[in-house]
Design a protein around this ligand. Structure first.
Ligand SMILES: [Zn+2]
Length: 118
């Protein structure tokens, strides 16, 4: 059963909205040069980058972390000397280096020591 009022009433006209447009102004986007470094291609020393998290131009902080090279030297020294196996954990030159943003403290990239020593 149909409602006679709805069947005879014409459909409401479509309303066309104009597309939103941004008026031209003096402000234009200026591209920021961002170093194209992959996560594991950072150099051993601190570098200047634009942080992808807080968008600040920062000089990275280095944090030394035990990695593959550290354990490699530990096992090697344990086999040879059986007592000096903890020395690689005390030497920063045997560790990986995490590049961190000094503002948001996120890890931006890594320098893996085994690229040079193993
Ligand atoms: Zn940051």
């Amino acid at each position: 059963m149909k409602n006679p009022d709805l069947a005879s009433a014409p459909p409401p006209p479509y309303q066309i909205y104009p597309e939103a447009s941004i008026p031209p102004g003096p402000m234009q986007a200026v591209p920021i040069p961002i170093p194209q470094l992959h996560f594991d291609e950072f150099p051993p020393g601190p570098i200047q980058v634009v942080c992808p998290y807080c968008y600040a131009t920062v000089m990275t902080e280095i944090e030394h972390q035990s990695g593959t090279c550290t354990y490699f030297w530990c096992i090697g020294l344990w086999v040879v000397t059986a007592i000096c196996c903890c020395i690689p954990f005390l030497l920063n030159s045997c560790k990986d280096r995490a590049h961190k943003c000094p503002n948001c403290h996120k890890v931006l990239g890594m320098y893996y020591r085994q690229r040079d020593c193993c």
